[in-house]
Write a protein that binds this ligand. Structure first.
Ligand code: BEZ
Ligand code: FE2
Length: 408
């Protein structure tokens, strides 16, 4: 059992409690937290971990949406238009995947960990990132992904998927949690969706999908027209969309832990359908800025418990949630900045936990997992500004604990 103390404690709970001169007592789980002067009297012989002045204790960050296998991209892929980007992914993916060897992926995971992210939702298209995900001390929700809209390829794609999923299931542990990703409505045949979701129900797995990221996707699903038509004609010899947005969403009924990434073009009906399904929206504003320059309006996020994700290095320059939060401050420029900062931090902690179906992570609360980080501000700060200043000034965590074990 240890007691960690700091000038500030931010719980990220429902009331967004911030305690000055706070502390948290923990083993593998959080035992209690509060004001240091009150708590310390209850423990005569406890190990006290001090922090530098202007430090903040908070729950480890949770990034529910990355593609580690695309970590080799820096400048190869083309930004500015969704179809141009997608075509560049198809053209360069074999090279990028080959370059992303275990050493490169291990390094990216280390950067993620040092930034203060303790849980990751890793979407895996090929299974090439599994060893790195098994080796890291981070909590990993490992989404084996199904992709393929061509009816003639269904059997081959499904057996490849099953092999990757079984490999993940065989490695299941407390900190490596197998899950399923359905790539998107436009790229996965409804038969494959039905079969993979059966497996999700059978093994009680969390499920995620990209949904309505671009206007081209919306037009294709609605009327088999627009910018995606040429792509499908040339790349897959297809002229008809395989599903509609509503039909796609209806397939997810009964899935317990569900998330949809992007939703930039979702209308009110589709957003309400996601609410009815109990789905969490994963907002990736930097990726949206790079690929489509449209994003979900903050009015559509404000009253929902949403999560913040970085997406992969295929559509971002960084996998740090601090960078993502910082950029989101500028992307949602009509919002009050201190209130927005609070909502973004909640999305990067409790929101991520909800997206991944982890009910004991994402806040400092009794009996929650002791996934705890500290960050250190350069100087003193006012309570009403502490979250904003932390987002503006943090690049790395100063301490990282996962399930109570000191990692950094
Ligand atoms: C497919 O395999 O059907 C597919 C892949 C990427 C984008 C669109 C479709
Ligand atoms: Fe993504």
């Amino acid at each position: 059992m240890k007691l960690l103390k700091a000038d500030w404690l931010i719980t990220c709970d429902e009331y967004f409690t911030i305690i000055e001169n706070g502390c948290v007592v923990f083993g593998t789980h959080i035992i209690e937290y509060g004001e240091f002067d009150d708590i310390v009297q209850k423990y005569s012989n406890i190990q006290i971990i001090q922090t530098a002045p202007n430090s903040i204790i908070l729950p480890g960050l949770i990034n529910p949406h990355v593609h580690l296998e695309f970590s080799a991209n820096k400048t190869t892929l083309k930004y500015g238009n969704f179809m141009t980007w997608l075509s560049s992914v198809i053209e360069s993916r074999a090279d990028l995947i080959e370059k992303a060897d275990s050493t490169l992926i291990d390094d990216e995971i280390k950067n993620i960990l040092f930034s203060g992210t303790t849980t990751l939702g890793a979407v895996s298209s090929y299974g090439f990132d599994i060893q790195s995900c098994l080796n890291t001390p981070l909590n990993i929700v490992y989404f084996s992904e199904i992709i393929g809209s061509n009816a003639g390829m269904i059997d081959a794609l499904f057996s490849d998927f099953q092999a990757r999923l079984s490999n993940a299931l065989n490695n299941k542990s407390e900190r490596f949690i197998p899950a399923i990703a359905i790539h998107s409505p436009y790229s996965v045949h409804p038969f494959l969706i039905r079969e993979t979701l059966k497996l999700a129900t059978q093994h009680n797995l969390s499920v995620t999908a990209h949904f309505l990221e671009s206007n081209e996707e919306k037009e294709w699903l609605e009327s088999s027209s627009g910018g995606m038509l040429d792509f499908f004609k040339n790349f897959l010899n297809q002229t008809q969309s395989i599903t509609k947005a509503e039909e796609f969403l209806n397939q997810f009924k009964g899935i317990e832990n569900l998330s949809f990434t992007h939703c930039c073009q979702a209308n009110q009906e589709e957003l309400e359908k996601i609410d009815q399904l109990g789905g969490t929206i994963i907002h990736c504003p930097v990726s949206n800025r790079f690929l489509t320059n449209t994003t979900i309006s903050f009015d559509d996020l404000r009253h929902r418990s949403f999560a913040l994700g970085t997406d992969g290095l295929s559509s971002n320059y960084s996998l740090s949630l601090w960078e993502e939060m910082k950029n989101a401050l500028f992307i949602h420029k009509n919002e009050n900045i201190t209130e927005l900062a609070t909502k973004l931090l909640k999305a990067s902690t409790r929101g991520g936990a909800k997206a991944l179906g982890m009910d004991k992570k994402g806040k400092i609360a009794k009996d929650f997992d002791a996934d705890i980080i500290t960050v250190t501000l350069p100087d003193i700060c006012d309570k009403n500004n502490v979250v904003l200043q932390m987002i503006l000034h943090t690049k790395k965590a100063t301490k990282v604990f996962i399930k109570g074990e000191k990692i950094v």
